[in-house]
Design a protein around this ligand. Structure first.
Ligand SMILES: Cc1cc2nc3c(=O)[nH]c(=O)nc-3n(C[C@H](O)[C@H](O)[C@H](O)COP(=O)(O)O)c2cc1C
Length: 355
């Protein structure tokens, strides 16, 4: 049975309900928070910490950041605040804090923990298929468990007066997936969620296959809530290749492409010369070392190296340096030799990251 269709005119993200063809999404205002433009940096564990957000914000063009997922148990521990995962600098603009909650008992304490940080919003991870999320009944597992999902969303909503968003996939594949998805969208509406990010792959697919961008039209008709589109967006050509898929989404969220090219937002839809290879790397490393110090910073730099490496024809050179480095000095010296030689760039980096 085809799910009911909500009149698109009711979508608050679309003034007048008109479908808008665009390449650079205009500003989006949700619960008083202005994202301008509605181009978002996705939550990425190990990547979207404060030093990385600072680097992206230096280039400009990103209308809103999501922190990496903050697991409830960790967030409630001593080491969480202050830490570079939650640290925020003014020039980042609005930062939405993403939480990973599986136990309803954690929902309210997690909000209380975040409130002093004055987050632009709180995002509930209902998408992550990784074991860390599965084992705590969070992420995609939470999305499948309607009753627990409702309790957690309602509790977060009751405790937090600001922007509340959820990040979802299509849910579990198989018969009735559309009805289940529509049911969850209605649940989010009923419980007072403000914004949804949809990654249109099923839970089990992880990164396999292609995301079903063509479903955005249907999804935006199934809910009054604004939807951010996420999945395999590389540059403005992804949108322009199929303009009709994107006309009703409220914004675009980039993950791996932002990790690969932290300037991608500044370059979105306009001519932009990539900055010198070594300069970006050195700035990132300096920011990481400032916030994390050398011991933990070493691992954060190693985490990012394979993403940055994807810009270059001989990407394996930098990935191998990242993987094999003995210590921080070794990593920085070898990376400097490679990147200082002005390595040949690829035109469109692959999102398949070699780690
Ligand atoms: C290294 C890495 C870490 C990620 N961590 C998170 C996370 O903490 N929370 C989340 O909701 N999604 C996470 N994701 C998924 C991204 O937010 C995004 O949905 C996914 O990468 C698809 O977008 P893309 O094709 O633009 O990369 C992660 C992805 C990557 C590559």
């Amino acid at each position: 049975m085809a799910p009911d269709v909500v009149e698109p005119a009711a979508n608050p993200a679309l003034p007048g309900g008109d479908a808008r063809p665009w390449s650079v999404p205009p500003a989006l205002v949700v619960r008083g928070v202005r994202f301008d433009p509605a181009l978002f940096c996705a939550p990425m564990a190990g990547i979207t910490h404060a030093p990385f957000r600072r680097l992206v914000a230096d280039f400009g063009g990103c209308g809103g950041f999501f922190t990496e997922m903050l697991p409830a148990r960790w967030l409630l521990s001593q080491q969480a605040i202050p830490s570079p995962a939650v640290l925020r600098r003014p020039h980042e603009g609005p930062v939405v804090y993403q939480v990973l909650v599986g136990d309803p008992a954690h929902a309210e304490p997690v909000v209380r923990r975040l409130l002093p940080l004055e987050p632009a919003g709180i995002d509930l991870n209902c998408a992550c298929p990784a074991p860390l999320a599965r084992l705590s009944g969070a992420g995609g597992t939470l999305f499948s468990d309607r009753e627990r999902l409702a309790r957690i969303v309602a509790t977060v909503r009751g405790a937090f007066p600001g922007l509340l968003s959820v990040k979802i996939r299509l849910g579990d594949a198989g018969d009735g997936w559309e009805e289940r998805l529509v049911d969850r969208l209605r649940l989010f509406e009923d419980l007072g969620v403000d914004l949804i990010t949809l990654h249109p792959r099923f839970a089990h697919e992880k990164w396999r296959g292609r995301p079903r961008h063509e479903l955005y039209d249907a999804a935006t008709a199934w809910t009054r809530l604004p939807i951010l589109a996420n999945g395999d967006l590389q540059d403005v050509r992804t949108v322009e290749a199929n303009p009709s898929s994107w006309t009703r989404v409220a914004g675009l969220m980039l993950g791996r492409m932002a990790a690969i090219q932290p300037w991608v937002f500044a370059a979105w839809g306009r001519p932009f010369d990539p900055p010198p290879a070594l300069e970006v790397w050195e700035r990132f490393c300096a920011y990481v070392l400032e916030d994390y110090g050398p011991r933990r910073g070493f691992y954060r730099i190693k985490d990012w190296a394979p993403y940055y490496a994807a810009n270059f024809l001989f990407s394996h050179t930098l990935s191998t340096i990242g993987r094999g480095a003995r210590d921080l000095d070794d990593l920085l010296t070898r990376a400097r030799d490679f990147l200082g030689s002005d390595p040949v760039r690829v035109r469109t980096p692959s999102l398949e990251i070699e780690k």
